[in-house]
Design a binder for this molecule. Structure first.
Ligand SMILES: [Zn+2]
Ligand SMILES: [Zn+2]
Ligand SMILES: [Zn+2]
Length: 453
């Protein structure tokens, strides 16, 4: 790995020319940079894969998929045992189909499943519909084929080898039998060439607008961030004839980088921002406030950020894959899915905490997810590998102190001539998560007070 890949370092702070237009924020429509108007249409994109066997179908004749009239799920012909001679009847115009997941939700008492109904609620089949399957997913899950747009915004000449962002798109492609999934990567330099960025985005939006209303827009930003100020690297600045990166405050940066996409964001049902950069953007309180403001301003439904000082995006690969599977495909709301997503990526927790920002009325709900390990990361805290006073390694012996309901770990140096010790108290409001829990280790959720005023 080259030093430049993900380490922040520092760069001169640049003031970008933001013309903050509190543009069209009315949900359901917006003017994009090119003036194209977009509208939300409430089409139901039925799933392309059977909710039970999770298989698609090469042709209608071979294995028809029955679309549920109550949800976007489908069930295939091979998963059900249709009585002989009923195939024509069930395809009748006055017949509706209810998938077994909807049925289970509606009929908590476990009533017989008939699948096909006439308008008056009477069943089409004489006896119950036999289903050959077990439930592999949650009964609330889908195998969604709603259009997804990935936008990867990468600092110009920034090395993103090993970035998990592009492979999430490759992972999802087989789920989309037709189009309905797009990936765009844009190298930006909004310091020396802001016009070029606007133009590129304008052209992309124009092309994308003709295809779908993108229900899910996932934006990844890959850049460095300034270790001191939490500024984000925005492009090249040319001082004394030398070309080097310049950085900008997170609100200026996000305004310029996101505003051109706002019409797409406004039309989308869900928008996700993955900040694949070093942690100073959330660790620095000024830049953290600016980030929180930008998240509300751009109406992002979810923002995910990391606080490791030298964050390596490739370590977030499992988390991103779990996100595509559980949130984008199975359509589990991200806050519900997040514990499970983290459970599949516990090693990430040795490297970084994960921040999840979601809107809450006029403010934000912010959670910090920390991996705690009673031996190495007590309450998610930093325990050095070496005693900083005497230089010994393997130097800690721990005592678990429980005083007046306060669960505190104390680590003391084993070196008898050294009096170095560390104390780790349980952060206020900590919830231990069960997914991915191991002996003495677990992800924990800690609520973070938003800094918005
Ligand atoms: Zn099936
Ligand atoms: Zn259904
Ligand atoms: Zn020591």
């Amino acid at each position: 790995m080259t030093a430049k890949k993900s380490n922040g370092g520092s760069a001169p702070h640049i003031h970008l020319k933001t013309t903050r237009t509190r543009a069209n924020r009315i949900s359901g429509g917006g003017e994009s940079e090119g003036g194209q108007h977009m509208e939300i249409c409430e089409t139901v994109h039925h799933n392309g894969f059977c909710i039970l066997c999770r298989d698609g179908s090469a042709s209608f004749k071979e294995n028809p998929l029955f679309m549920c009239n109550h949800c976007p799920r489908v069930m295939c012909r091979l998963c059900m045992e249709l009585p002989l001679g009923t195939e024509d009847t069930i395809l009748g115009e006055d017949v509706s189909f209810r998938c077994i997941c909807c049925h289970m939700t509606m009929e908590k008492q476990g009533a017989l499943y008939y699948g096909f109904y006439y308008r008056d609620g009477t069943t089409v089949l004489q006896s119950f519909l036999r289903i050959h399957a077990s439930l592999e997913l949650s009964s609330r899950a889908e195998i969604s084929a709603a259009p997804i747009l990935f936008i990867h915004l990468v600092l110009i000449d920034f090395e993103t080898t090993g970035s998990p962002f592009s492979f999430t798109h490759s992972f999802l492609q087989p789920y989309f039998t037709s189009r309905g999934i797009e990936y765009r990567e844009i190298a930006y330099d909004i310091i020396s060439a802001p016009g070029a960025y606007l133009k590129t985005v304008g052209q992309i939006i124009k092309a994308l607008k003709n295809s779908f209303v993108w229900e899910h827009v996932v934006i990844g930003i890959s850049t460095h961030s300034d270790n001191d100020h939490g500024d984000l690297f925005a492009g090249y600045s040319c001082d004394d004839g030398e070309k080097h990166y310049g950085s900008a405050g997170s609100d200026e940066f996000l305004e310029i980088i996101l505003r051109p996409w706002q019409s797409l964001l406004d039309c989308a049902k869900e928008t996700y921002l993955w900040l694949l950069c070093c942690g100073s953007i959330v660790n620095n309180s000024d830049s953290s406030i600016e980030l929180q403001r930008a998240v509300v301003h751009h109406k992002l439904s979810t923002t995910i950020a990391f606080n490791a000082q030298h964050f390596q995006p490739s370590f977030a690969s499992h988390l991103l894959l779990a996100f595509t599977e559980q949130v984008l495909i199975e359509r589990c709301p991200i806050r519900l899915a997040f514990g499970e997503m983290l459970g599949q990526s516990y090693k990430l927790g040795r490297h970084t905490d994960v921040l999840l920002l979601t809107p809450l009325e006029a403010s934000l709900q912010i959670s910090k997810f920390t991996w705690g390990d009673t031996n190495f990361r007590p309450w998610g805290g930093f325990l050095p590998i070496q005693c900083p006073s005497c230089g010994c390694t393997n130097s800690w012996h721990s005592a678990y102190a429980r005083a007046s309901g306060d669960k505190t770990y104390v680590f003391e140096c084993k070196n008898t001539t050294c009096d170095q010790s560390f104390k780790f108290s349980q952060p206020k409001g900590t919830t231990m998560l069960s997914a991915g829990r191991k002996q003495g280790c677990s992800w924990m959720e800690v609520p973070v007070e938003p800094l918005l005023t």
